[in-house]
Design a protein around this ligand. Structure first.
Ligand code: SF4
Length: 381
């Protein structure tokens, strides 16, 4: 079995951002302490649930996502990493990532998690313009973002990622590119550039209506995406996935498992797992999760085996998110599905529209195709 990825979901935030649709709630100190005990119990119990000996199954990535993982205390992060190392054969050079928000990533915390083995930090900056941050409901300010980055470097982090969001209310192409330039100027190893998605009942929708804020036209959104990628390439980054760029060799090893048909176990409320062709999800509500995990009861719901059809769909849809694309021959031999036979007409149409390209055996989205990924990838479902 190839090494697993271990994902730890931390469901607490200091405030709820106006656009957020993740599984999270406001920080509750006593609940957080019980959550840490529950998640470490869930991790330590994992080998027994799968019939493995303790420490037998190999893992080479750990990822603390949220929510806001930097709301944990450093010793709580250390306890979770120790539980992973006790339950799994975690590689000595494992990539251990923690998502941090600038307001809760102070120097003692960063020193503490470095000592606990965290070696990659992903900082949720989102924008280097104060007005953008306020409109999003983020509680950090721009100087805090700069300070968190500098503190992380001083604490010894040599693998840093920054998140930015484009197409924000009232944001112009020039303003967006100012944020991109400032991010590149800091010199992180990795950048994630997301486009704002407004889910139906997002408070940001109401705020936009009240304040008369508008989004730039679609053409500007496309320009934001394409210009940012071009600038970052000039600065030495390489796009490897629709929303992700890295210096060569600094791609997120954990996230690559999601896009290359890998296997991972998720711990914590709402976390998803994929193993041996099965997929399941933990119960989402934190208090229910804590009650179940603390009592040694199963935390998973919605467990099912993926059909062969679903497995190849996933492999194609996630593989096409990567700039490397997919091997048509490998897809056919692994899943017994010939893309040409089944989707020849659609692929031809996308090629003529400049949305996909083919080079030998590889099929990939063009950058334009990445902007319209939902439409293109939708044909495979
Ligand atoms: S910090 Fe992240 S997870 Fe928390 S509310 Fe904001 S966007 Fe959502």
């Amino acid at each position: 079995m190839p090494p697993l990825g271990l994902y730890i979901h931390v469901p607490f935030c200091s405030a709820i951002c106006h656009y957020c649709n993740f599984n999270r709630g406001l920080l509750d100190g006593p609940l957080k302490r019980r959550y840490v005990e529950a998640v470490t119990a869930e991790i330590r119990g994992a080998p027994g649930r799968f019939g493995w000996r303790t420490g037998e199954a190999a893992a080479d990535t750990i990822f603390f996502g949220g929510g806001t993982p930097s709301l944990l205390e450093a010793d709580e992060v250390a306890a979770v990493v120790a539980a992973c190392r006790a339950a799994f054969d975690v590689a000595p050079d494992a990539e251990i990532t923690l998502e941090a928000n600038p307001e809760s990533a102070d120097r003692p915390f960063l020193d503490g998690i470095r000592a606990a083995g965290v070696n990659r930090l992903s900082v949720g900056v989102q924008s280097f313009r104060q007005g953008d941050l306020r409109r999003l409901g983020r509680i950090h300010d721009v100087p805090q973002a700069r300070r968190a980055f500098a503190d992380a470097r001083e604490a010894g982090f040599r693998n840093l990622s920054l998140d930015l969001i484009m197409w924000l209310p009232e944001q112009t192409v020039e303003q967006w590119l100012e944020s991109v330039d400032e991010a590149a100027g800091l010199g992180p190893e990795h950048l994630s550039l997301y486009m704002l998605e407004l889910y139906p009942n997002a408070p940001l929708r109401e705020a936009m209506a009240r304040a008369n804020w508008s989004l730039a036209p679609d053409d500007d959104a496309a320009e934001m995406y394409e210009a940012a990628m071009a600038r970052l390439e000039t600065a030495g980054y390489r796009q490897y996935e629709i929303s992700n760029m890295a210096r060569p060799g600094r791609e997120s090893r954990h996230n690559l498992k999601y896009w290359t048909d890998g296997e991972w176990l998720g711990f914590g409320p709402g976390a998803h797992s994929t193993l041996s062709g099965a997929r399941w999800k933990n119960v989402s509500a934190t208090d229910e999760y804590v009650a179940r995990a603390s009592a040694g009861q199963p935390t998973d719901i919605e467990r099912r085996d993926l059909t062969a059809e679903e497995r190849w769909q996933e492999a194609v849809i996630t593989g096409l998110r990567l700039t490397a694309g997919i091997s048509i021959a490998a897809t056919a031999s692994t899943y017994g599905v010939s893309l040409d036979a089944r989707f020849g007409a659609e692929l031809q149409r996308f090629r003529e529209a400049g949305l996909v390209e083919r080079e030998g055996d590889r099929l990939r989205l063009t950058r334009r195709g990445m902007l319209m990924a939902n439409e293109v990838l939708g044909v495979f479902i």
